[in-house]
Design a protein around this ligand. Sequence first.
Ligand code: NCD
Ligand code: ZN
Length: 348
Amino acid sequence: MQAKITIPRPDDWHLHLRDGGMLEGVVGDSARHFARAIIMPNLVPPVVTAVQARTYRERILQALSPEVSFEPLMTLYLTETTDPDDVEEAAKSGLVKALKLYPAGATTNSESGVRDFDKVLPVLERMAQIDIPLCVHGEVTDSDIDIFDREAVFIDRVLDPLRRRVPGLRVVMEHVTTREGVDYVMASDSDIGATITTHHLIINRNHLLVGGIRPHYYCLPVAKREQHRLALRAAATSGDIRFFLGTDSAPHATDLKENACGCAGCYTSINTMSLLAHVFEEEKALEQLEQFASRNGPAFYGLPVNETRMTLVKGNTPVTFPQKISTRAGDVTVFDPGFDVFWYVEAD
Ligand code: NCD
Ligand code: ZN
């Protein structure tokens, strides 16, 4: 018997679409499977104001084929000079669904991020009042903290104190990669959520480093030890309402990744749903896929679950994905899970 599963159409709660030729080349891969996505604002220059978010949203919609329906949910990049009134207006108009906190220097295009958290307190307090969530890149940037410890240290030094200082602020711990991150979310109330990427359910740090350095597995936060990957799998497949899919699909041109100083980011928009079906089946939790990919995210963001549906089918032969996609900004290497995948998305 052929295995098959139908779920409400999924959403991607953490996505990088970039701009210009890259945007044009990648947006279709997300729109094919996802109804909505939270769009990361780390462009150069970053999307800081409501006006910038509005024009970026228009560029995204323009890059889509007219027949596809895909709703970009915009975010603003939190800086030390973000104006609380601009945030409130952007949130109330429905344009902006979250703000993104990058500690300065933590990841790709994060230079305009926050250094002094006191400076952003007025914005965070306003966000708590009007109930717009803060999406957090949860890594400290201190040079004396080992890169594999940066998430766990962030929770103790930054995230927990911040949440205590601004009660009522709802937070998404983005792309959680550690057991400590999972435990922190599980021990908290419903005012915290966490996104988990597809690739962190599949790779650990050995995949990145054993037998040669694999630049296409390099992303931030960097993949951790196996015990952490297993904790992420347990959380994603648990059905716990606080965990939801954010692919963090982050396209970079192949030559910028296969480089002496390679960029961080894995490109998974095109094969995420097949890979997730594989992972959830492996964990004997296929029935939880809809919680993770289609229900928990909308619940956190106070949005309806999509009415349209998606069917995933397990075929008898491995599904092939392109190794690379081409864009006007160079080709992008697709994330290779390193094993055969038999699940595919049935055409509408
Ligand atoms: C992201 C990017 O390239 O913009 N890279 C990544 O490795 N995830 C930035 C981010 O989300 O940290
Ligand atoms: Zn990201």
